[in-house]
Design a protein around this ligand. Structure first.
Ligand code: FEO
Length: 355
């Protein structure tokens, strides 16, 4: 709030009333002079039309050039969209806002707004979390906020990691001093903004730990028996191993674990000459997020045809995972010799991880 009053971004459409009510506790919404839309996705702009109706349809809505295109496709009302250039500055009185295009982090329209005098970066999705609590700042949550930030990165931003590294480089090069980062959802980073920026660099580089994930599903426990022995073999080599039964874990939790795992070992029974459906789900999701620098391996039980392991390997190769051991499969129910093979399989992968 200055000589001009600016509102940066809105909320999902169904929370428009709540947003207007909250604004009204601070200022009469009609007194808002300008609105800035950093991102079109509807968790950020869903209330825009309702809000503009309330504060004045003719008030300017500043957005990126790509934002003009996407906002116009989402809102058919005649709104006064004003595209800004990358680096453009705007005075609102004693304070200056500047705009930084962040194309494809994570939509073409995405941009950040920087409040120069107070050194606040309004970062839209960047550095955000899917976290809603009574806390507004990182220090109010403490270390417990980092797993939320990591989960957000793994599921929303992982595939844009190369662009994020370039963006961090650009921001560092500009000498932008940042005292606070305010994403549109989740808590704001005021205690140590550099901490989340450093974490983004680490996650974008996909630095891995000595850790393996075993993702599997099972029909009659045979693939599960294999998974347990592979886990034991990995563990014997000192690897932090996490077996994840696909019917118990949400795909977003799985990707959070994949982010810093060195190996992803995937097991499926063969069903109707193909994968078990939960495996098809996670492989599709994982492939889209483009994890990098991973060792991959496949295993599974089968009855008579046994295609699943080959299908998994094909997917692992498509994701450019390094396959150090050919996949293993067991017909019907594993016997002790098969379980020994699974254990040894786990050990070989473990040695490669600890290598
Ligand atoms: Fe790109 Fe928070 O939505």
């Amino acid at each position: 709030m200055d000589e001009k009053i600016a509102l940066i971004d809105t909320v999902k459409g169904e929370f428009a009333d709540e947003l207007i009510y909250n604004i009204a506790k601070v200022v009469d919404p009609k007194k808002i002079d300008i609105v800035i839309s950093n991102h079109t996705e509807l968790d950020h702009s869903g209330s825009l039309a309702r809000l503009m109706h309330r504060i004045g349809q003719d008030k300017p809505v500043y957005c990126s050039k790509m934002g003009l295109k996407s906002l116009s496709r989402h809102f058919r009302q005649k709104l006064n969209f004003q595209p800004v250039e990358n680096g453009q500055e705007m005075s609102i009185g004693q304070r200056t806002l500047s705009f930084l295009e962040t194309r494809m982090v994570h939509w073409p329209d995405s941009m950040f707004t920087y409040l120069k005098e107070q050194r606040i970066l309004f970062s839209s999705d960047g550095f955000g979390q899917h976290y809603a609590g009574h806390e507004k700042f990182d220090d109010e949550v403490g270390e417990a906020i980092m797993p939320h930030a990591k989960k957000y990165f793994a599921n929303i931003l992982m595939l844009y990691a190369p662009l994020i590294l370039k963006l961090v480089e650009k921001v560092t090069g500009m000498g932008l001093e940042i005292d606070m980062i305010c994403p549109d959802h989740g808590v704001c980073w005021r205690k140590d903004p550099a901490k989340i920026i450093d974490a983004y660099v680490r996650w974008s580089n996909q630095e891995s730990k000595e850790k393996a994930i075993i993702l599997y599903d099972t029909m009659w426990h045979s693939t599960e028996m294999m998974a347990n022995q592979i886990a034991a073999g990995l563990s014997a080599e000192g690897v932090d191993v996490r077996p994840m039964y696909l019917r118990k874990w949400h795909r977003s939790d799985i990707m959070t674990e994949v982010l810093d795992a060195k190996a992803v070992v995937i097991g499926s029974p063969t069903l109707n000459n193909g994968l078990f459906p939960t495996l098809a789900d996670i492989l599709t999701y994982m492939k889209g997020l483009k994890p990098k620098n991973k060792i991959g391996a496949a295993f599974g039980s089968y009855g008579w045809s046994g295609e699943a392991v080959k299908i998994i390997e094909k997917e692992l190769i498509a994701m450019k995972f390094e396959i150090i051991e050919p996949g293993i499969r067991v017909q019907y129910v594993p016997e002790s010799e098969h379980l020994d093979t699974c254990y040894a399989f786990g050990q070989k992968i473990g040695k490669a991880i600890m290598g």
